[in-house]
Design a protein around this ligand. Structure first.
Ligand SMILES: Cc1cc2nc3c(=O)[nH]c(=O)nc-3n(C[C@H](O)[C@H](O)[C@H](O)COP(=O)(O)O)c2cc1C
Length: 149
């Protein structure tokens, strides 16, 4: 099974998880880079505002075509109980090229359910989902076995 891990990460937590998933599944990995700047204090405020309005944003050129893969792992942080805009924008722009999807999210503590729902509404029912807190990712306190099998 050919897999692609696609993720957005603002402060490297989701990145850490994405790299581990890619490593354990021998997948190619695509980091989504938004053209909008979400860094710093102004970027944080913009992220909250964009998440609330589910704003579609422009992304830098991508390396991989999801149509070439059997499973796409889609990952992002939760922003204001929504899925971070760069990933939602990716999904909107590429959903017709997904065969099967699995979703993974990181968050401080809450907003997983509404974010998974949003991802599913924008694409299709996932084969599996995985949600981890920032702390669990930082401490490597999780097991990927059932998610990647
Ligand atoms: C703009 C913004 C909004 C956030 N909203 C939530 C939230 O609604 N619930 C929550 O538990 N964590 C929230 N967080 C925390 C992040 O989801 C969490 O720290 C995540 O692991 C960061 O992942 P990253 O390092 O890949 O960007 C928010 C963070 C940011 C920057």
């Amino acid at each position: 099974m050919k897999s692609l891990v696609v993720y957005y990460s603002r402060s490297t937590i989701t990145k850490k998880l994405a790299e581990k998933i890619a490593n354990q599944t021998n997948a190619d990995i695509e980091e989504i880079k938004p053209k909008v700047n979400y860094q710093g204090r102004i970027g944080y405020a913009r992220a909250i505002k964009d998440a609330r309005s589910a704003k579609n944003i422009e992304l830098e050129t991508l390396k991989y075509n999801p149509a070439d893969y059997d499973v796409i792992y889609l990952g992002a942080p939760v922003w204001a109980s929504k899925t971070a805009n760069p990933l939602i924008s990716y999904i909107k722009q590429n959903k017709n090229n997904f065969k099967n999807v699995k979703f993974f999210l990181t968050a401080g503590s809450s907003g997983f359910e509404s974010s998974f729902e949003q991802m599913e509404n924008e694409s299709q029912k996932p084969l599996k989902t995985l949600n981890l807190t920032t702390k669990e990712v930082k401490q490597d306190n999780y097991d990927l076995k059932s998610f990647i099998s």
